[in-house]
Design a protein around this ligand. Structure first.
Ligand code: FEC
Length: 313
């Protein structure tokens, strides 16, 4: 009989309707409700994005289903059956619900993975902490994958996306070497650097590897989507970076948001609306690489990382 292992797939979570935005935002702010102005501003951002209000909900469901299929296919001849559960950071089903469900289904051991390739104590670390606490409470043993930012299949998928957009720039009449490639990720409070957090270094490693694979020489890393709090966040922010590049007479910019794996607010609003508008204002041509979503190469990345972790246990 095959050994049954639970796989807790963790992701950020999103509201399912506009009237859930306040509770969601309050959860992100660790229980402190946003002001009416802050709430309106966030609702406006959700209303502005293309492809429906809350695409992350459906995208995470699709990624979880695709991962289950990939894992089942890749373990047909192995002594293991992986059963995938979903656990979200700020929305239902919460991380704790996913672990609880595993326990109710009689699973005694689980492996946790986050739909974000780079480790930070403030991102992946906080998902892991919550899952660990719940697992201890319900008697499930769990191990965790902390990062997979240099997995060859992930790099291949990202490189394909960069090449595809460089081709489009070429078709539109720009020379490939004239395009500045900006790799980006969600900013975090700057204090993580003093804590020796690997987040920034891992993001730079992914960027350098993808640039190398695509022959891109003119690239830099920039932050995006900093939180609306008083603490200093890591910068430069993409909006400032665009201004600097414009002053350097750069006309063509390709943004590759390597810190994100699917279409959601931070990509569809912060890049496609806000950064795009800033670029137009500066008379620059900006394109963005397509999100990974359920790309089979991304699913193979997750599947391989999980199977390898299980084989090492
Ligand atoms: O589409 C959606 O509905 C959700 C999009 C979304 C993703 C996402 C990913 C990350 N965040 C990270 C860190 C922080 C920190 C704070 C913070 C705040 C927000 C707010 C919204 C939001 N985040 Fe997010 N994030 C997404 C959405 N995030 C909305 C609240 C309004 C705002 O500030 O814009 C600050 C919390 C605080 O106040 O203390 C910190 C990190 C990621 C990438 C890794 C991951 O996916 O977990 C890191 C998607």
């Amino acid at each position: 009989m095959k050994q049954k292992i639970g796989v807790l797939v963790m992701s950020y979570g999103t509201p399912q309707s506009l009237d859930q935005v306040e509770a969601y935002y309050t959860h992100i702010r660790r229980g402190s409700a946003p002001s009416p102005e802050q709430l309106k501003e966030l609702k406006d951002r959700y209303e502005a994005i293309v492809g429906g209000f809350f695409p992350l909900r459906q995208n995470t469901d699709r990624q979880v289903d695709a991962l289950q299929e990939t894992l089942s296919r890749n373990t047909q001849d192995k002594e293991v059956e992986f059963v995938v559960y979903q656990g979200l950071k700020h929305a239902f089903p919460f991380i704790e619900d996913g672990v609880q469900q595993m326990a109710e289904d009689g699973i005694t051991h689980g492996i946790g993975i986050v739909l974000a390739p780079h480790y930070s104590i403030m991102s992946v670390g906080s998902y892991v902490k919550r899952a660990e606490e719940k697992a201890a409470e319900v008697g499930v043993t769990m191990s965790f994958i902390r990062d997979y930012h240099l997995h060859p299949q992930l790099l291949k998928a990202l490189a394909q996306r960069v090449s595809q957009k460089l081709d489009q720039f070429e078709e539109a009449g720009a020379a490939r070497d004239d395009v500045k490639v900006l790799f980006s990720a969600h900013s975090l409070p700057a204090k993580i650097l003093e804590m020796g957090d690997p987040y920034q270094d891992q993001l730079l490693e992914t960027s350098a590897a993808v640039a190398d694979m695509t022959g891109v020489k003119d690239w830099q890393f920039t932050w995006q989507s900093a939180g609306r709090t008083a603490t200093p966040w890591l910068g430069p922010d993409i909006l400032d970076t665009l201004k600097t590049l414009s002053a350097e007479q750069i006309e063509y910019v390709l943004v590759a948001p390597i810190g994100f794996v699917s279409d959601h607010l931070e990509v569809l609003y912060d890049l496609d609306i806000e950064a795009q508008a800033a670029a137009e204002e500066l008379d620059m041509r900006l394109m963005r690489t397509d999100s990974l979503n359920t790309d089979p190469l991304y699913m193979e990345t997750l599947s391989d990382t999980i199977i390898t972790a299980w084989e090492k246990e």
